[in-house]
Design a protein around this ligand. Structure first.
Ligand code: NAD
Length: 270
């Protein structure tokens, strides 16, 4: 199947590392010109430099915060000034702060909602303003299986991701008359990503220390516990998500809007 995105202009938020950086490389390989956005100034610049060198595609980096309307407005204005248009938004930036509900810090709970939901609203707002004028475009929101099913001791993240599905469905209805499609991808656990593997802050370490996996004697036992929850018996990979993002961004998905697609190895089916 040809899903090439030759010469499409894509904005990716949260592109300094992890899935966002992997999607930058994948979309550049598919022919996209890129505007990468992240809080981490030096890291997003480094990702842009690496992606440009590896693929020969034009790649710009912008430092900013998805919760700042000024930063997001500037991102989209400068992207249009640089490339002349915006064909694709990959709304990827998110944070996860997991705390039991009775011990949750209210400011941290709100910060998760701010980045993961309000930040998405802002990027959707400015992407849609440009796409409405162009009468074309696609938005792909990076959601989670936690956008379909609750997540214990992780209520802010799940609530923000459930909210993301509502945002996608609503904006899909609103933008359909303008030829703009809006969909979400819901990854399963990306067990090789820094979110899980970081030796200090990663979820394997956190869950091991918290005794969340009964009987686990080391980090490998914690990982095996999460692999065993997946019917296809492996963690989700960046390539799995890149395949679906590329498809949803392309004309091959021209009859799909308002969907939240599970890419979970069968772990989530609704
Ligand atoms: N890692 C997983 O297992 C997993 C599973 C399902 C869904 N997801 C989703 O995939 C996406 C990427 O996750 P990841 O694992 O690559 O995370 P990550 O923490 O490695 O990367 C997230 C990036 O977003 C940036 N960011 C955070 N707050 C920001 C803000 N306010 N403004 C701008 N940039 C900001 C960070 O600096 C970072 O570079 C997220 O939407 C996440 O919810 C991840």
């Amino acid at each position: 199947m040809d899903v090439s995105l030759k010469d499409k202009v894509a904005v990716i938020t949260g592109a300094a590392q992890g899935l966002g950086a992997a999607l930058a490389r994948r979309l550049a390989d598919e022919g996209c010109q890129l505007a990468l956005f992240d809080l981490k100034d030096e890291a997003v610049q480094a990702t842009a430099d690496e992606t440009r060198k590896a693929t020969g595609q034009p790649v710009s980096a912008f430092a900013g915060d998805v919760t700042s309307e000024d930063d997001v407005r500037t991102l989209f204005t400068q992207t249009v000034e640089t490339y002349g248009r915006i064909d694709l938004l990959v709304a990827n930036a998110a944070i996860l702060i997991a705390e039991p509900i009775d011990q949750a810090n209210a400011a941290k709970w709100k910060a998760v909602m701010d980045v993961n939901l309000y930040g998405q609203f802002l990027t959707f707002k400015y992407a849609c303003a440009h796409m409405k004028q162009q009468q074309s475009g696609a938005i792909v929101q990076i959601n989670s299986k936690s956008g379909k099913k609750g997540s214990a001791a992780n209520s802010a993240y799940a609530a923000s991701k459930f909210g993301g599905v509502g945002l996608v469905q609503s904006v899909a209805l609103e933008m359909a008359p303008y030829g703009v499609r809006v969909n979400a991808v819901c990854p399963g656990n990306l067990l090789d990503s820094p979110l899980w593997t970081d030796p200090e802050k990663g979820l394997f370490t956190q869950y091991f220390k918290a005794g969340k996996v009964p009987g686990a004697e080391n980090l490998e036992d914690v990982k095996a516990h999460y692999v065993n929850q997946v019917p296809l018996r492996r963690g989700c990979t960046y390539e799995d998500i890149g395949n679906v993002v590329t498809f949803l961004a392309s004309d091959k998905a021209s009859y799909m809007t308002g969907q939240a697609i599970n890419v979970t190895g069968g772990q989530e089916m609704r």
